[in-house]
Each structure stands twice: as C-alpha cells, then as structure tokens.
Design a protein around this ligand. Structure first.
Ligand code: ZN
Length: 479
C-alpha cells in the first residue's frame, strides 16, 4: 500500500508536513516515530506529534524513513575522450531524486592552464538554472603551478574542501608523484581532503600499447590492461606519500579489489587517516561482463569503467570492507555514455571506449539488495554508507546526511517490500542502457523530499529545474 496523504488543509504552498508512524532510520538509531517538516527543515521528531500542527499529514506505516542519499562521486556533463557524459545537471539530478539521492558532490576538472577559481566558475555555470537537487564540487587538479598551489589554500573560502588527483589516464588527467606529494602537503595545511584515483597510469599505458600492437582491440582488453596489482600499487604509493606528508588525510575513491582494500586496512590499523570508498556496481559485476554477449561481443563496452570490474573474491572482500568500515562510503562514479552513439567510439580500439558507467538513480536500491537484504549490513549501516559518512567526510554534516531536528528536510519514504524490475525503459537517466537491466529487486524510494518540498511522488516528478542549490562545504569531520 502506498503511504497515504490523510489530510491536506490548504491548497497553497505547504509549509508543514507531518509524516506519521514511520520506522525512522539513522546511522545510530532504528526507531518508530513521527517527523514534522517545517519549511525546509526538520522541526520535530517524536511519538504522537499532534496532527493539528501540520498542513499535510502522511501515514507512513510499514515504511522506512531515510535521510536523502548523498552521492559524493559523480561526473555530470563531463568532457572525456572526445565526448561528454550524457546526463547534465538537470537529467542527472532528476534521476538521482527518483532513486532517493537528494544531493551530490561532482568533480570540477581543471582544464590545463586555467585557475581553480575559473574552473569552478565553469562547472557552476553547467549547473546554473538546471540543478534540481543540491550540489557541491571537488576540484580535480591537472596542472599544478605555484599559483595553483596557493589557490588550494583558498578553496575552503569558495566552499570547496576536497581536491582530486588522478594517478592514471596518462597524457590526459594523470599527475606525477611530485604534484601528488605537493598537493597532499598544502591540502593538509588548508583543511582540504586529498582524494586519489589510484591506478598506475604509466604501467597501464605500456600494457595498452602492447595489447594494441598485438592486435587486441575488444572491450575485455580494457580489464586485461588494468590489472588489480596496478590499482594496489598506486593505492600503496598514495598511502605512503600521504604518511610522509605528515599523515595528510587521504580518501581513496572507487576501490575495486582485495589487494587495494588490504592496503587501506593496514594503513587504518596503524592509525593513518586513510579512508576508502567503493561503488555499488562493484558488488554486482566481474571481468566476465566485459566479454559482451554472443550476439554482440562489443556489448562489453557498456561495462568499461576504471578501475575495471574484478573477480568474485574481490566482491566478497568489498562486502567485508563496508562491514568493518575500511570502506566508509558507497557512491556511484556515475559517468554515463550512450552505448549506440558514444561507447561505439571504441569499436576499433578498447582504448577509445569512453570510460564510465551509469548508476546515480540505482545506487540505493542496488546496495539495499546487495548488502541489506543479504544480511551483510543493517539498515542503519546502509544509511551511514549512503548519507551520513558522505556528509561527514565532505563537510555537510549535520545539515545533510541524517534525520535530526534542525537538519535540512531531505527525506526518503522507502517502501521496503515492493518488487520491481530495473530497466532503462523505466529509469530516468539520459542513457540508452542500464547496467542492471532485467534484475528483479525489492525496495524503492516512494516519496522524496528536498529541503521540505516533495520532489518525487511515486512515478510522478514534482521537482523543479533550477530548484537545487550550491552547497558551500566545511572541512571534513574525520572519523
Ligand atoms: Zn570518477
């Protein structure tokens, strides 16, 4: 049964919404309670809140109440490999909201020769007038001059408290160890978190050239030329450099395999400020998906992303990682490219396939099915991984990422029992395929509120283009 609107006293803009009898889930609690929204904020949480105080009353019996998801790893409207990711700041936001994600932190990529301030202006212009949920930016540094070093110190005053460095994509985004080490030191001094894409781009570059010279062009060679030990090597190197930089806080994005995870676990066990993230799709797919189908061997291109999909034992290790906390966040690395018009750029060479997969809409339901319904984690742990830890790590807590009085009313009414089938035909991402096509899943975001406004109601879009806001972020509250 859908959660019922019991009462609606006024047809003008609603200011107070009372959600009754929900099972309210935060990272620390799992209780039955009523929740009152007043304007953009959560005004009260308690037992039997008087319905007369509200303009709208929703009965959420048998439903879960979750804080809106925060996806801290996305690439909307991003230039890559001669094309641009297919979701912009409206289509990507609308899709995210349908999936229960109400804010995100995207990557602003410094074009070579540009200042960080100018780069941020360019990325904010992409979102202006389009954003339908709240958004912030990390800055990916690709061109470190002395002036850019100084600008890192100013980033917090621009609402940006994290930088990203790519140790892969030689000749494009990759930085050398000099840049990495210098950035870690200045970031640490400035209250800025350093994030790294950890793969050894120099060795990968050689493997790609060798493979192409030997005539190997199919998508499966994407994985064969990016083996797990090169991710583990870069992970270890970044950890060692961060330690030598005076224990600079280090966030390793999209961890895919056991060896890389073990490097993070070891660092954390000795007390180093090292944090790991994985993405939901790594729980579902393996290198075998890159082989494509019998009818279409190139179909493997749909699964081309970096780092690539690994083996079953790595999936088991990642589940252990989220349970034990060495992996503290599950994001998406949403970077969609249409199969028929964009992935096809790599038909003659796997190295020309745009790297990235879609998922911003599917994250919550797919993690719910992979980890909660299988008994690996509790609903509270699910909230921690998808909302609370992203908010703490990226300077949004407690404004976002939890259900507490005074927090933004970013709220998901979650139906935990509804069964449905994931498909590109019914999803809202601007892309011609879905990674999880045809999978039967349980659970769904039924109603979604962004700062108190109902933006998704079942299958109905109620949000606003331009209704999302830029989030100036504080420094990380490190765990
Ligand atoms: Zn990414």
């Amino acid at each position: 049964m859908e959660s019922q609107v019991l009462e609606r006293k006024s047809s003008t803009i609603m200011s107070k919404t009372l959600i009754k009898k929900a099972r309210l889930i935060t990272a620390s609690d799992d209780t039955r309670a009523d929740l009152l929204i007043d304007g953009e904020k959560i005004a009260a949480i308690g037992m039997d809140i008087d319905a007369r105080t509200a303009d709208v009353v929703i009965d959420a019996t048998d439903k879960l109440l979750l804080p809106g998801g925060i996806d801290n790893h996305t690439h909307l409207d991003m230039p890559f490999g001669g094309t641009v990711s297919s979701d912009d700041f409206f289509t990507g936001h609308r899709a995210a909201l349908f999936g229960g994600t109400t804010s995100h932190v995207d990557f602003c990529i410094q074009p070579k020769g540009h200042t960080l301030r100018r780069s941020l202006e360019m990325w904010r212009a992409k979102a202006d007038g389009k954003a339908a949920m709240d958004y912030g930016f990390h800055v990916a540094i690709t061109d470190l001059t002395d002036a850019v070093m100084e600008e890192i110190r100013d980033l917090p005053s621009m609402g940006v408290t994290s930088i990203k460095l790519f140790m892969a994509y030689k000749g494009a985004l990759q930085v050398d160890d000099t840049t990495l080490f210098k950035c870690m030191r200045v970031a640490k001094e400035s209250g800025v978190l350093t994030m790294v894409h950890a793969e050894n781009g120099d060795a990968i570059d050689i493997l790609i050239k060798d493979a192409l010279a030997a005539g190997h062009t199919t998508p499966d060679w994407h994985e064969r030329t990016r083996p797990p030990e090169l991710e583990a090597e870069a992970t270890n190197r970044a950890i060692a450099l961060a330690r030598a930089a005076g224990d600079a806080p280090l966030f390793i994005v999209h961890v895919t395999n056991e060896e890389a995870l073990n490097a993070i676990s070891r660092a954390r066990a000795r007390g180093q400020r090292t944090y790991g993230e994985t993405c939901v799709q790594y729980f579902y797919f393996t290198r075998n998906n890159l082989n494509g189908s019998r009818n279409d061997p190139f179909e493997g291109a749909k699964w081309v992303c970096s780092p690539p999909f690994r083996e079953h034992n790595d999936q088991v290790a990642l589940l252990r990682g989220i349970r034990l906390g060495d992996l503290m966040i599950v994001s998406t690395d949403h970077c969609p490219f249409n199969y028929k018009t964009q992935k096809i750029l790599g038909a003659e060479s796997f190295a020309a396939i745009p790297n990235g997969v879609p998922g911003i809409e599917d994250r919550l339901v797919m993690l719910w099915n992979a980890a909660v319904l299988t008994g690996h984690i509790s609903p509270s742990k699910f909230v921690e991984l998808t909302a609370t830890n992203p908010a703490k790590m990226f300077g949004l807590y407690p404004r976002k990422g939890t259900l507490s009085v005074g927090s933004d009313a970013d709220i998901v009414i979650w139906d935990p029992v509804v069964r449905h089938t994931v498909s590109a035909a019914t999803s809202h991402m601007n892309i011609d395929y879905n990674l999880y096509e045809g999978m039967q899943v349980t659970g769904k975001a039924e109603k979604v509120f962004l700062r108190g406004s109902l933006v998704v109601d079942g299958t109905s879009w109620q949000g606003t283009r331009g209704g999302g806001r830029f989030m100036a972020r504080a420094s990380a509250l490190l765990a």
